[in-house]
Ligand binder design. Structure first.
Ligand SMILES: NC(=O)c1ccc[n+]([C@@H]2O[C@H](COP(=O)([O-])OP(=O)(O)OC[C@H]3O[C@@H](n4cnc5c(N)ncnc54)[C@H](O)[C@@H]3O)[C@@H](O)[C@H]2O)c1
Length: 185
């Protein structure tokens, strides 16, 4: 496994290898301190059937209480309406500032989960599990989070760094050719 330490406003690891998401809970337990009690898994409806169960099982096996929020996939969903649903979901499930959000998906999921984590209760911790090549090599790292407004793309947002990034290269097997090539360009 390759580990890259990102030095931004805080320092955090990016883990890169195959077969990592089945151990997502262990990576989180070992790298997020103090340990969160609750974990909210944010995922779109295209990624969920491939990867959500395995990540959630790993989180439960590591002792986390898990909650799952699914939204429709695609750039058209990257707006304030979805962000509000995400933070309402955290509030309805009594998440505190000690708890954790996990983004499981492409850049849309990562940007919106990070932004929700940045603004909920003025900031809770979050973890990126990118599942597209673009998200693995670009959007999951660097802390740019946000969503689109009617006037244009990425007009609302915050700089907010994750606690860690888990890049499981097996996830790329299910990405279609168009989305895979987005990450190459
Ligand atoms: N924060 C940053 O620094 C940064 C940098 C570059 C791009 N971005 C943002 O990233 C977004 C684009 O990211 P993207 O291309 O990952 O888009 P995306 O998240 O919409 O994913 C593209 C499509 O692939 C599907 N998908 C994701 N992972 C999959 C998998 N493993 N198997 C099958 N299908 C999968 C998704 O459901 C979606 O339909 C844009 O909103 C862009 O603004 C952010």
């Amino acid at each position: 496994m390759k580990t890259i330490m990102v030095k931004a406003s805080k320092t955090y690891p990016v883990f890169i290898d195959s077969n990592l998401i089945c151990n997502a809970g262990t990576f989180i337990k070992d790298n997020v301190t103090p340990k969160p009690a609750k974990v909210a898994l944010f995922c779109d409806d295209k990624v969920e059937p491939f990867y959500a169960d395995v990540v959630e099982k790993s989180l439960k096996d590591s002792g986390f209480e898990t909650y799952r929020f699914i939204f429709k996939n695609g750039e058209s969903q990257k707006h304030m309406g979805t962000i509000i649903q995400m933070i309402e979901f955290l509030a309805q499930n009594d998440f505190t500032r000690k708890d954790l959000a996990v983004a499981l998906g492409g850049g849309v999921t990562g940007d919106m989960t990070g932004f929700s984590a940045a603004i909920f209760k003025r900031g809770i911790r979050f973890v990126q599990i990118p599942t597209t090549l673009l998200a693995m090599v670009d959007s999951s790292v660097g802390g740019k989070t946000g969503c689109n407004l009617s006037a244009g793309k990425n007009l609302a947002g915050a700089f907010y760094q994750p606690e860690l990034v888990i890049c499981d290269t097996n996830g790329l097997e299910t990405v279609d050719d168009k989305d895979f090539s987005c990450g190459l360009a």
